[in-house]
Design a protein. Structure first.
Length: 110
């Protein structure tokens, strides 16, 4: 089953090269095990554009949908046997120590 691990981080924390090294190592390990489908960091939330359609009118605004302390900073899409395996990967993501990792099963389309 596929799970998406959504990585929420505080954007005001300074960049730490050691943390990036941990991400690179985990990414290589998951890829070698055939578990990684995709993984990418995202640009800061200040680069986001939000689109909403209300009463037939399209509203386009700069920035994310909501103001929060943590913003979506990236994701991992993995294959896991079950939620327990997905959680074990989520616990290894460096952002779990300072932010939040949302683990969600992916619903197959079609």
């Amino acid at each position: 089953m596929q799970y998406i691990l959504l990585i929420y981080v505080r954007e005001d924390l300074p960049f730490d090269p050691a943390v990036m090294k941990d991400y690179v190592e985990l990414t290589r390990e998951l890829r070698a095990a055939g578990k990684l489908q995709a993984s990418e960091p995202l640009m800061p939330s200040t680069s986001a554009t939000s689109v909403r359609i209300r009463d037939g009118e399209t509203l386009v605004t700069d920035g994310p949908f909501a103001e929060t302390r943590e913003a979506l900073g990236g994701f991992y899409l993995i294959d896991a046997q079950d939620l327990d395996e997905a959680l074990s990967v989520a616990k290894r993501l460096p952002a779990a120590k300072t932010g939040t990792i949302e683990v969600r099963p992916v619903r197959a389309m079609g």
